[in-house]
Write a protein that binds this ligand. Structure first.
Ligand code: PLP
Length: 397
């Protein structure tokens, strides 16, 4: 066994979400896809905006194909980075230049690069539960240690006292994801201000930077115009990890960017560390065609109404049936308290009604399941009878 055992362990153990997704495909072959109510995967169910498909066609027709598909600079095409910087400045007034932007392959690459850029072996990185399970993989791969901060009561906002108890002189970074996967919660401006005030105080106390990584694939997916504070405007040492996977329904195209706050101490050097981390991880020259596509579609939007209708139907029905749900203001997930003590036992019971949800123990909060409602409206409608039976079996009605 001369190969790397850590890599083997990661590769041989599928994530629970992938496991359920594979089961769902097998089950669909057995009983028909229309009879399996799979709510496991965060794969966008609405199509990319027409502007995206039009732009792809136009670029393919009009641009020189050798250039279009050729290498760009390692950090991304200059014109693309300029367009992104200008767009962010217009929306958030943050003073970015193209030399603060690094094009990447989605948020996963953005996070891996940023962690590698700021973490030294043994540094600690705090994540807020519930959290996207891959954070553990990314943090540990960068040589860091993952520390979990618990959420506040039933609101699932950040518990500032708990956060303070988790920060020490070895804390180098935090990952903050809002709108949140899996809770759908958007952290309020008060929460963000409290986190940032605390971090500034701790930076002064420990006399070193603590970097805030804003993981933002769901920034644009919010309902009722809820405000998602732009972290650079609250905290200088912020790096934004953005992805177009959900905002433009392009998860398979692997496109996103990192924005390094120009107000950060040593901003230019941190950007160079980002470039170096990207280089060492092999994340250079993000997909060329899609760099150019997103640069032309920065203000395009997917059909949010579809997600909002799904959210309303699912949230209203499940709460009617007696389930306790966190009301999601964003993303496309519903976080539901398991009526049974074990979330896995509830997952199994739901499965017996052909309803596939994700038990969330690995997300850092026990006793909850996640329902991804980025699915066809009819799938939700047709699943409600099963949910009602489940509620009865669990003595909620
Ligand atoms: N961060 C969060 C919170 C996510 O939910 C996801 C994907 O679902 C990612 C990061 C990774 O996004 P991408 O597909 O753009 O790499």
């Amino acid at each position: 066994m001369s190969y790397n055992q850590k890599a083997y362990a990661l590769g041989s153990k599928r994530s629970i979400i992938r496991e359920i997704f594979e089961y769902s495909k097998t089950r669909a072959q057995e009983i028909g896809a229309e009879n399996v109510f799979d709510f496991s995967l965060g794969n966008p169910s609405v199509e990319p905006p027409k502007m995206v498909t039009d732009t792809i066609k136009e670029l393919l027709e009009k641009e020189n194909s050798t250039t279009l598909h050729g290498y760009t600079s390692a950090q991304g095409d200059l014109g693309v980075r300029k367009a992104i910087a200008e767009n962010l400045n217009k929306r958030f007034n943050v003073g970015l230049t193209p030399n603060n932007i690094y094009m990447t392959c989605g948020a996963a690459a953005s996070l891996s690069i940023c962690l590698k850029a700021v973490i030294n072996e043994g540094d600690k990185c705090i994540v807020f539960a519930p959290f996207f399970t891959e954070y553990r993989v990314f943090v540990e791969n960068a040589g860091g240690k993952l520390i979990i901060s618990k959420p506040e009561g039933k609101t699932f906002q950040i518990d500032i006292a708990d956060l303070e108890s988790k920060i020490n002189e070895n804390t180098k970074a935090l990952i903050l994801n809002s709108p949140n996967n899996p809770s759908g919660v958007v952290y309020t401006e008060d929460t963000i201000k409290a986190v940032c005030d605390l971090l500034k105080r701790k930076e002064n106390e420990y006399k070193h930077e603590i970097y805030l990584l804003a993981d933002e694939p769901y920034r644009e997916l919010v309902y009722n115009n809820v405000k998602v504070p732009y972290l650079m405007n609250y905290y200088d040492n912020t790096l934004v990890c953005y992805s177009f996977s959900k905002s433009l329904s392009l998860p398979g195209e692997r496109i996103g960017y990192i924005a390094v706050n120009p107000k950060m101490s040593d901003s230019n050097n941190v950007y160079l560390a980002v470039c170096g981390a990207g280089r060492s991880l092999g994340y250079v020259c993000a997909p060329s065609l899609f760099q150019k596509v997103v640069a032309k579609c920065l203000d395009a939007q997917v059909n949010l109404n579809a997600y909002e209708q799904n959210r309303n139907l699912l949230y209203n029905s499940l709460t009617d049936f007696g389930f306790e749900c966190v009301k999601p203001d964003g993303a496309f997930y519903l976080f539901v308290k398991s009526p049974l003590e074990s979330a896995t036992a509830f997952y199994e019971k739901a499965k017996s009604h052909e309803i596939l949800v994700v038990p969330c123990d690995d997300f850092g909060v026990e006793g909850y399941v996640r329902i991804a409602y980025c699915v066809d409206y009819n799938r939700i409608k047709n699943s409600l009878e099963g949910f009602k039976k489940l509620a009865k079996e669990c003595k909620l009605i």
